[in-house]
Design a protein around this ligand. Structure first.
Ligand SMILES: C[S@@+](CC[C@H](N)C(=O)[O-])C[C@H]1O[C@@H](n2cnc3c(N)ncnc32)[C@H](O)[C@@H]1O
Length: 227
């Protein structure tokens, strides 16, 4: 089946950039911010040890992978769009890619870390529990499940989503909804952080962000759960 992401794989970066141009920032700034938050959450969970294998579900054209690959011994990634996977593979030869939609082609407890970055809002709500269940199933006991999503309570996030053609089907989830999904799937020690409150590289912005991370202000949030 061809997905909307197959149709837009070649112009994906341009589409995202034009939806966030009003911020005056490049898309790579937002990708780096997601990777930074993720790296901190991983350090808090695993300490100094590098997690061995990670799975990134809904990886798109692999734009995050130059940032993510150094965080793991091995990075595996899937997407339901074959055209996106083809492009991701060309850009990131060190990552193991596969197409997948729905049930994941991996055994139980295969990965230390399982991620879904800005994916669940494209999954039909009736499939959200099954999606979270699959994330949990392929994560090793004691490993970490991480979901990064748009924060629907942030007006600038809503503006960006309304300007993005491939977000026409998007059903945004609050952080509370995502927490509930991961908890129902069997996750524990669930933690939520909001980020991109002050989109700026200045060190002061980073420390203000950290101190406000519990308030639902940021453009994005991360929910992590121990499997
Ligand atoms: C907005 S893009 C995010 C891409 C990437 N995670 C990033 O942050 O740059 C959402 C991606 O999720 C994929 N997707 C949607 N539902 C999926 C599913 N059930 N399984 C795998 N991929 C899915 C889409 O094909 C698309 O590439």
């Amino acid at each position: 089946m061809t997905t909307v992401f197959d149709d837009c794989a070649r112009r994906y970066s341009d589409e995202v950039q034009s939806s966030i141009d009003f911020s005056g920032l490049r898309h790579d700034f937002f990708l780096a911010a997601k990777a930074d938050v993720l790296a901190r959450v991983l350090r808090d969970h695993f300490g100094a040890a590098k997690p061995s294998a990670a799975l990134d579900i809904g990886c798109g054209i692999g734009l995050l992978h130059p940032h993510l690959a150094p965080l793991f011994e091995e990075l595996v990634a899937v997407d339901s769009s074959a055209a996106s996977i083809e492009q991701a593979r060309r850009s990131n030869p060190g990552v193991a890619y596969a197409t997948s939609d729905g049930s994941l082609p991996y055994g139980d407890e295969t990965f230390d870390v399982v991620l879904a970055v800005c994916v669940i809002h494209h999954v039909p709500p009736g499939d959200w529990h099954a999606f979270a269940g699959e994330m949990h199933r392929v994560t090793r006991k004691g490993g970490l499940i991480c979901v990064i999503e748009h924060n629907p309570l942030n007006p600038l996030t809503r503006l960006a989503v309304s300007r993005c053609s491939f977000d026409a089907d998007a059903v945004l989830l609050t952080a509370g909804r995502t927490r509930a999904l991961l908890e129902k799937a069997g996750g524990s020690s669930i933690r939520t952080e909001f980020f991109l409150i002050l989109p700026s590289r200045r060190p002061l912005a980073a420390s203000i962000e950290k101190s406000l991370a519990r308030l639902p202000l940021g453009a994005q949030y991360i929910v992590s759960a121990k499997a």
